[in-house]
Structures are given as C-alpha cells and as structure tokens.
Design a protein. Sequence first.
Length: 244
Amino acid sequence: MFASFKEYLEEELFSHFDLQSRPIPPGLEFNQSDRGKTHATIQSWCYQCTQLRKIRYTYIDAGAMAQVFNSVIYPAHNYDLPLLGIDFLSFGKKKILVVLDFQPLFRDRAYQEKYIEPMRTIRDKYNELAQNLEMKFYDANQYFSKYLLFAKTDQETVVKRLFPAYQEYIQLYWQILADAEPLTKPEEIQRIVKTQKEYDQYSADRDPAHGLFSSYFGEEWASKFLYEFLFEDASPLAVASSHH
Ligand code: BLA
C-alpha cells in the first residue's frame, strides 16, 4: 500500500545526503508475528548525516489487515527546522488515515513565517487531504502545523493525490533545509536539544500505536520499541511528572 512512499523517501535521502547507518537497538530492527491467519512484520531503518541527526522510518506489513508507513526526520541540533513527520495507516483497506507535517518546534510568528508559511501553497493544492479532523490522542497545537495534511481517505486518493502531495512536501523540506543557516550559539543549540527531547517525550507518552505494537508483538517489545528506538530521548518514567 505505501511501498512506493518508502521507496521515494529512500531514493531522495540517498541522492541528497551522505548517509551513515544509525544503529537500531538489537531486536528492534525487525520483528514478526503470527496471529491466526495474519502474518505481521515490522521493519525499521535509521540513518544520519551532517544536517539530519536521526532519520527513521518503519513499515508494518500485516497484509490486508494493516499497512503502516511511519517516519520522523530530526534535523541536527544546530538547525531549528521543524521535524518531518509522516504517518500513513491503512487498516483492512477500508480505513485509511494519513498524516504528513513539518512538525514545528516553536510557535512564534517569525518561526511560522519562515518554516510553515512555505507549506501553504502545497496544502491549498491538496485541500481534500487537509480535513481538519479532530485529534483524539494528540493536541493539534503542539508539534503540528496549521498546514498539515490529515485525512481519512481511500486507496485511489492515496495513489492519485497523496503521492504527489508527499513528493512536493519532501521537496520543500529539502529546500528549507538547504536554505537554513546553522545555529552557532551554544544556548540556541541547547534550546533545540531541549525542544526535540520534549517532542520525543510528548510523542512517546501519547503514541496511539502502542496498542497496535502490543497486539502483534507483545507489551514488552512495544514499550522497548517506543522508548528505545522511536522516541529514544523520552523516558518511560516521565509520564507521571508530565501532568504537573
Ligand atoms: C494516529 N498513528 C495514529 C494511530 C496509529 C498510529 C495506530 C491511530 C489510528 C486510529 O485512529 O485508529 C500509528 N504511530 C503509529 C505508528 C507509529 C507511530 C505505527 O508513531 C510508529 C511506527 N504520528 C506520528 C507522526 C505523526 C503522527 C510522525 O508518528 C505526524 C505526522 C500523526 N498519527 C498522527 C495523528 C494521528 C495519528 C495526528 C491521529 C491521532 C489523533 O486523533 O489524535
């Protein structure tokens, strides 16, 4: 279902950047399970380069039951760029949910103007993929931009509309990265370190996929995958204190 999206991202990454493998903790790179008739696999890839400190993507293939392509690209700490976030999910071919965004680290006007406004023309072109759906797990005002693509859709729209939209967002992301001035002041860089870490904590604490991972691969593996790979800068014990 989303194989061509993964291939496109891979080709783009390898042609634009000098990628190095970034290790995935043992046992988390691949897993598989059999539940009744369903064979499910989950596989992840992780890279880094000078400008991007963590590039990860994951493909879940549970045949007709579920297909998921999920990715986050974290810029190096000396760039204040949004994170590129991708979450494409298809359950039983009928329920298809797609989310694509430049996930902002800050919400001030200057930041908005610099990194979010450029998305506007693309988002306007693919209006049917920007459905203003209500968020149940996340807060739309935290780490999401106003020009995210977020839609419940069908297979035909995925092929005909999401794929070109995806290509345009990715091209724009490379462009804003190429245009970005690296930060040099230690305090500015520390602010990015802190905010990217908060993104991991926020995302791990709310991740709606824990149940999905648990159902296929067990609760223990699911928690490890979440806290040691997907959002490795989050700590599992921080949940309680985040309510203060
Ligand atoms: C929703 N994402 C979901 C759901 C699942 C995942 C199972 C719930 C779907 C439903 O409504 O039934 C799946 N999340 C995953 C998977 C991974 C993960 C498989 O992290 C990891 C491999 N989610 C992201 C990223 C974005 C994102 C990077 O991981 C940003 C583009 C967005 N996912 C996102 C949003 C929703 C969602 C906005 C809807 C949740 C809501 O209603 O609050």
